[in-house]
Design a protein around this ligand. Structure first.
Ligand code: C2E
Ligand code: CA
Ligand code: CA
Length: 433
């Protein structure tokens, strides 16, 4: 029997009759069958007993990488097979983040299954595969494993780009800082938005490397801003995931990076979403406190969309609230949204922390939000997320305009309009997505 392998480590091709793995050998990976049929058999009384046949969408060989014990059966290709390889590392992060009760059930099922396998005799019928996962879910699993491989390559090949979206002080309409947003320059698919890959990177644990990369880029951006002579405190906000907040090495890594780039933690805000905070409150709170001690600010992102916004504010001392776009988009047309935004900014005011309104698309929204007490705003009205170099140029232009405005207002006694609808940050020129 020959084992035929594909060129990449992602896909493996097996000819009919090829042995995919053998009973008793150590297992370093599982396989997702993309195409083909596989026989699963065990040796009993000197012969092979077929236990089951597996087909497209099934995973085989997963037990050995979950419990680290030798293969309990052999797998042989019946027809030409396309298999996607899944390594122990890819599963480990998912297993680590399983609910403990589920994890216990999982271990119990595995142990019982191995025991049943041990007792199988020649006369017993084959076990048939009854997948609980439907066709659609199967193709999602395949796509997600593929993306995981591509992400590993993306990290090595430098395919990520840091985009920055300006955050403005609404009253003066000047840039106060930027939010760092990750983009993936995929060699075939072009720019891939984060919603298509962040959840996969979180499930696989690759997000840690990505957060580290984003943070380094933010340090580089901050150094460039300082070199360009911005004599004011601009900040950069970066998104931090729940996986980062379960990592005891996070603070150490951040501290090393700050040291390497000689940047002060005080210029960075860590944006945490409420759903993140819901997962492991104690551990997340401890890590966040440590970050604050180092000088980082903490912003609660998408405020108002989680289950229990008030209890988060109670548990996690936040330095800033970001009001979710869902409230902003209806703030002019829906009295209730306006009242909610007003209540949120009063709350923030009482806590002595500023509010950033997200997703501002019209001048009316900007004006209304400013009236309701939002100090900062971010949205396509002002500028879209853009490559770092463009954002830095924009900051220089903004600085020049502020200087010119100061000169104009110092010689003019005319009242300064709160929101100048003509002064959007040159969004025609900076229309990146
Ligand atoms: P988020 O943190 O809430 O980021 C704001 C999102 O709103 C960004 O989407 C931004 O492009 C978009 N946005 C800004 N202004 C407007 C507007 O006026 N209208 C509309 N329709 N959208 C606006 P993006 O860049 O696609 O990011 C989506 C989400 O992906 C982010 O939501 C964040 O949760 C996540 N993400 C992005 N970069 C990173 C990262 O480096 N690390 C982590 N962990 N998550 C990230
Ligand atoms: Ca954010
Ligand atoms: Ca947000």
């Amino acid at each position: 029997m020959t084992k035929a392998e594909g060129a990449s480590s992602l896909i493996r091709l097996f000819d009919p009759g090829a042995c995919i793995f053998s009973e008793g050998e150590p297992g370093d990976c599982a396989f997702l069958i993309e195409e083909g049929v596989v026989d699963i058999s065990i040796k009993r009384d000197g012969g092979d007993v077929t236990l089951a046949q597996r087909g497209a969408g099934d995973i085989i060989g997963e037990m050995a990488i979950i419990d680290g014990r030798p293969r309990s059966a052999s797998a042989v290709a019946v027809s030409p097979c396309h298999m996607i390889r899944i390594t122990r590392d890819q599963l480990q992060n998912r297993i680590d983040h399983l609910d403990p009760v589920l994890r216990h059930c999982f271990d119990t099922v595995l142990a019982r299954f191995r025991e049943t396998m041990r007792q199988v005799t020649v006369s017993q019928p084959a076990i048939t595969a009854n997948s609980l996962v439907g066709r659609r879910e199967q193709s999602e699993v395949i796509q997600s494993i593929r993306t995981e491989y591509e992400l590993a390559r993306a990290i090595e090949n430098n395919e990520f780009r840091l985009y920055l979206q300006p955050i403005l002080e609404l009253e003066q309409q000047s840039i106060a800082g930027f939010e760092a947003l990750l983009r993936w320059q995929h060699p075939e698919r072009g720019i891939v938005p984060p919603a298509s890959f962040i959840p996969i990177a979180e499930a696989s644990g690759q997000i840690r490397l990505m957060t580290q990369w984003v943070f380094e880029q933010c340090c580089i951006a901050m150094t460039s801003i300082e070199e360009l002579g911005a004599h004011r405190e601009l900040f950069i906000s970066l998104n931090v995931s729940s996986i980062d907040l379960s990592d005891p090495d996070l603070c150490g890594r951040l501290a090393d990076t700050l040291c390497r780039y000689r940047v002060n933690a005080g210029v960075f805000k860590l944006e945490i979403t409420e759903s993140v905070l819901m997962e492991d409150t104690e551990r997340a709170a401890t890590i966040l406190q440590e970050c604050r001690k180092m000088g980082f600010s903490v912003a609660i992102d998408d405020f108002g969309t989680g289950y229990s916004s008030f209890s988060y504010l109670h548990k996690y001392p936040a330095d800033c609230l970001k009001i979710d776009r869902s409230f902003v988009e209806s703030v002019c047309d829906d009295q209730r949204s306006a009242q909610i935004v007003s209540a949120m900014s009063t709350l923030a005011d009482n806590l002595g922390i500023p509010v950033v309104a997200e997703g501002i698309e019209t001048s009316d929204q900007a004006r209304k939000l400013n009236e309701l007490g939002c100090r900062f705003g971010q949205g396509f009205l002002f500028a879209r997320p853009m490559p770092m170099q463009d954002a830095l140029k924009l900051e220089v232009i903004d600085r020049g305009e502020r200087r010119a405005n100061r000169q104009i207002t110092s010689v003019s006694s005319s009242p300064h309009s709160k929101i100048d609808t003509h002064r959007h940050l040159d969004r025609k020129r900076y229309s990146h997505v």
